[in-house]
Ligand binder design. Structure first.
Ligand code: M6R
Length: 367
């Protein structure tokens, strides 16, 4: 049932070209220039006229939500807030019937997310679900929703569900943007064509980085700390990379927006600190270059995720992982794949039980 892979997690990482494709299938009709999503379309005025969209989730799904904020604000120009479900529900949040609340949950059973949704529903908000498990509790209580069709995710560390969530959020942002008139037709057409090719880009990354990352991982088996940095869309991707590493390898890892480094974490950097830095060409590249210079000056070990043909960051990096160039909004999908592999192999070489890490459950049904 692991399809020849040693662990479910590796199988699920490799399934991503298919799971992202399946998530778009029947929704993204490139030739017709249409995104079909009944759950959105039936309530499109609710979204368009929303005071704000509040995204609630936990863990990896919360990271997807942060990227959703960038996507929806950039393309649909609707204000978005992203909250941990557990914080939202206990702080008497201001919610009205003009708000739209989107819950993101792979399992559809996370207790805090469920409770936060109930609260939002009581206050009259329109509640929307992005779940992977069909007919799960969250899928059932929401007013409408879109399933991520990633297929069953068995590994406790979420991988293919995350990229499927990003795919749905991208589709929603583009659809609302087109409807709202905030995303022009020409850009819409070129973005959807690019989105359609993302499964191929993931395929390329898997085949071009897999062996290399196995090699790189061997150098970090004894490491005790890691920093992950990114800017813009790739800041949440850095958070997610760090979460993957800590949950399966038990190495302490922190994700940070790269520009925040100088406000504290830079004090941690010395020759023993590995820093994973996500630095694609599109998205504040020049700023990232100066962050990398600052790290280099302090002898941090740099593992750079860059676009093919990159020079400036690559010259300073100790390890260079190349991903194909995409529009900025798609880069977290593509950049997350090598970071999943890195976490996976470091954990495997440390002898950890990657599919069932200690102290963790696949769905957290306690509050
Ligand atoms: O099923 P959900 O998406 O609601 O789960 C949320 C988190 O518990 C989950 O993402 C968790 O952080 C994973 N172990 C991450 O890999």
């Amino acid at each position: 049932e692991k399809g020849g892979y040693e662990h479910f997690m590796l199988k699920e990482i490799f399934e991503q070209p298919k799971s992202v494709h399946d998530t778009m299938r029947g929704r993204l009709l490139v030739d017709e220039g249409v995104i079909k999503m009944a759950g959105i379309w039936d309530h499109v005025e609710r979204f368009k006229n929303a005071n704000r969209i509040i995204i609630i989730a936990c863990g990896t799904s919360w990271h997807a939500g942060l990227i959703g904020e960038y996507l929806i604000e950039e393309y649909a120009r609707i204000p978005v807030e992203v909250e941990y479900a557990s914080e939202f529900r206990y702080r008497n949040p201001i919610i009205t019937d003009k708000d739209v609340v989107i819950a993101i949950s792979q399992s559809g059973e996370t207790a805090d997310t469920m409770a936060a949704l109930k609260l939002a529903k009581e206050k009259g908000a329109f509640i929307y679900g992005i779940c992977n498990v069909v007919d799960s509790s969250i899928a059932r209580i929401t007013d409408a929703g879109s399933y991520t069709h990633a297929g069953p995710e068995i590994g406790v560390a979420s991988t293919k569900a995350f990229t499927a969530q990003l795919t749905i959020l991208t589709l929603i942002a583009f659809k609302l943007g087109k409807h709202n008139g905030t995303l022009g037709n020409a850009e819409f057409m070129s973005l959807i064509a690019e989105l359609d090719a993302i499964p191929k880009r993931i395929e390329e990354v898997l085949s071009s980085t897999h062996e290399q990352i196995q090699q790189i991982s061997k150098d970090f088996v004894e490491t005790t700390n890691f920093l992950y940095l990114g800017r813009g869309y790739n800041y949440p991707a850095a958070l997610e990379g760090a979460l993957k590493l800590k949950e399966i390898s038990y190495i302490h890892a922190e994700g940070y927006p790269a520009a925040e480094m100088k406000h504290g974490p830079i004090a941690l950097i010395d020759e023993n600190m590995p820093i994973v830095i996500i630095a694609p060409k599109k998205g504040h590249y020049d700023k990232i270059v100066s962050n990398v210079q600052e790290i280099k000056a302090r002898k941090g070990k740099i593992i750079a995720v860059v676009n093919k043909g990159d020079r400036q960051v690559s010259e300073m990096a100790d390890y260079v992982i190349e991903i194909p160039e995409t529009s900025e909004c798609f880069s977290p999908i593509v950049a997350s794949v090598p970071l999943q592999l890195l976490a996976y192999y470091i954990a495997v070489y440390r002898g950890a039980n990657v599919d069932q890490p200690r102290n963790l459950a696949k769905s957290v049904t306690v509050e």
